[in-house]
Design a binder for this molecule. Structure first.
Ligand code: VG1
Ligand code: CO
Length: 543
């Protein structure tokens, strides 16, 4: 086997964002672009010689090509064993599980998650460490630094590996194993939940629909819901992963999973609907006639987790990303367990999970998960909901309403202004930041500002500090406004405005969400001057 050293020129823009490096396919298609970044990842790591690397992706356009180059670069850099999901496909939570189960050094996941795919869409690369979780900031900073000075990468000079057949291959001293990416994950799910109770529920006439959005969870969902739990054939739809996700955004929200939403709101709706994203770590939950906001879903799952076998002894604590609504905080308070508020992105939950401080984590962007892996996990959330429904024998809407009665309701919505000019977005953030010192005590749209800051996170485990993680304005009575820039977009800037209003009075729990948030929407417009800075009159996406 010969290994080659290829001379290359550094790119200046390989800075990982909220979840790995994400760029347009046209950017990744440049000669050496992906190879440079993969070598820069390995150059940031130590002591991996002879160890195991897990490799998979969400199946999007370029996946198969970059899988091959990653195998060859990993072999040339000295990994001992590379575990590759059949067809180059592995969901993000399944990859996290494979890393943990095989005591791998880490894993590379090729995904741009919920972003559109295809030749005009996006591609991405992320690295996960040995606990199965996303690389912490210190490591992603090292990757970026290396990517700016790289002059060559090492690669095996061999034919492409057949990734479509299970089996073993050898590249020099490196063993490349093509493995079933579903088997271990399905077994893990079966170990956490009461499959018999869910099976009984599905046999009792309870109906469900799962939209895999032509993304990675198709094979997983079909195996788990239809084959193992006995859901009617066809319950899982859009089940075949496609390189362009059928031309849609594989983002499980009511805008992009519109077909599912319409079905659940129709007269003959099934009892339960769910969807997941490009790489299988997000989830959308819709009951018959009732959409569940992801922040509410986190709170319900935390409050009811003890009904599933894996969490029957109770949960140790909850963590949520800062923009996520405070609904889960009320659950933690009642359960008398710890509550942690972290910056956006799953990488900040790793230390809390590793040290047992928390069991369940979640984000407003439709990510929920637990200490079973170190990534958010779409199918896990769906299964926990099903387990809870099987035990409580109530509808999704009944469970949600009872929850609000007990804890009050946190009305919540996110308004995204996508692809605005970066200069305008940065100017908006600077101007808002400049207003912060004077906001306390001021009245905005009839609401009194109690506190306002630029969120900084102090990790209680490794004591690292992450600054500028979003601006928060807290009003008396529990309402909040959060403004931050997205770290996953690939064109211009995306401004996210998160709106939250707390309502304790159960006679006011059935308002339409946007109507309930009217004063906060007006306060956001006034404080951010978004139209002035972006020229936009309204958001591009409301979730
Ligand atoms: C978004 C979400 C964040 C999530 C991240 C990765 O980041 O807001 O909650 O962790 O995507 O999810 P940002 O920086 O664009 O707001 V995924 O499923 O795209 O890996
Ligand atoms: Co995702």
């Amino acid at each position: 086997m010969t290994f080659k050293t290829i001379s290359t020129t550094a790119f200046t823009d390989q800075k990982p964002g909220t979840s790995g490096l994400r760029k347009k396919v046209t950017v990744f298609a440049q000669e050496h672009y992906a190879e440079n970044f993969i070598q820069s990842i390995f150059d940031s790591l130590e002591d991996f010689q002879g160890k195991t690397l897990v490799l998979g992706g969400d199946g999007r356009y370029l996946n198969r090509k970059v899988i091959q180059s990653t195998i060859k670069i990993a072999a040339a850099n000295g990994f001992g064993r590379i575990l590759v999901g059949l067809g180059g496909i592995t969901s993000t939570p399944a990859a996290s599980n494979l890393i943990r189960k095989n005591k791998a050094f880490g894993g590379i996941i090729l995904s741009a998650s919920h972003n559109a795919g295809g030749p005009q869409g996006d591609f991405g690369i992320k690295f996960n460490i040995s606990n199965g979780g996303p690389a912490p900031e210190k490591l992603t900073e090292a990757m970026f630094a290396n990517s700016k000075t790289i002059t060559s990468y090492k690669i095996a000079d061999c034919a492409d590996i057949d990734i479509d057949t299970l089996g073993s291959h050898q590249i020099g001293d490196t063993v490349v194993e093509i493995i079933d990416p579903v088997k271990d994950y399905a077994a893990l799910m079966e170990s956490l939940f009461d499959f018999q109770a869910i099976r009984t529920l599905l046999q009792s006439g309870f109906t469900m629909r799962f939209d895999a959005m032509h993304a990675v969870t198709g094979p997983y969902a079909t195996e788990i819901f239809e084959n193992r739990l006995g859901a009617k054939a066809g319950s899982v739809f859009n089940a075949v992963p496609l390189e362009d996700f059928g031309g849609h955004h594989p983002d499980p929200n009511i805008v992009y999973a519109h077909e599912l939403y319409e079905e659940l709101m129709s007269a003959n709706a099934p009892d339960f609907g769910a969807a997941s994203d490009g790489d299988g770590d997000r989830n959308l939950i819709i009951g018959k006639g009732m959409y569940i906001a992801p922040s509410d879903s986190l709170a319900v799952l935390a409050a009811n987790a003890h009904l599933a076998p894996a969490y029957s002894k109770g949960i140790a604590g909850i963590a949520r990303s800062m923009p996520t609504s405070c609904a889960a905080d009320r659950v933690a308070e009642k359960l008398k367990i710890g509550m942690h508020e972290t910056p956006t992105g799953w990488k900040f939950f790793g230390n809390l999970l590793d040290t047992g401080l928390v069991t369940i984590c979640g984000e407003e962007s439709a990510g929920t998960g637990s200490d079973h892996v170190r990534e958010k996990d779409g199918l896990w959330a769906v299964l926990l909901w099903l387990n809870i429904l099987a035990v409580r024998k109530q509808s999704v809407a009944e469970i949600m309403h009872e929850h609000w009665q007990t804890y009050g309701r946190n009305y919540y919505s996110r308004h995204d202004y996508e692809e605005v000019a970066s200069d305008g977005a940065n100017a908006l953030m600077d101007a808002l930041r400049a207003k912060l010192p004077d906001l306390k005590g001021k009245t905005v749209q009839g609401m009194v500002v109690e506190a306002a800051d630029d969120f900084a996170y102090h990790d209680p485990v490794d004591h690292s500090v992450s600054k500028h993680q979003g601006i928060r304005i807290l009003f008396a009575g529990g309402s909040r406004l959060v403004v931050r820039l997205s770290g996953t977009g690939t064109a211009g800037a995306t401004i996210r405005i998160y709106l939250e209003r707390y309502e304790a009075d159960s006679s006011k729990h059935d308002l339409e969400t946007q109507a309930a948030l009217t004063p906060l929407i007006a306060a956001a417009a006034e404080l951010t001057e978004i139209t002035h800075y972006t020229g936009r009159e309204k958001p591009s996406v409301i979730t």
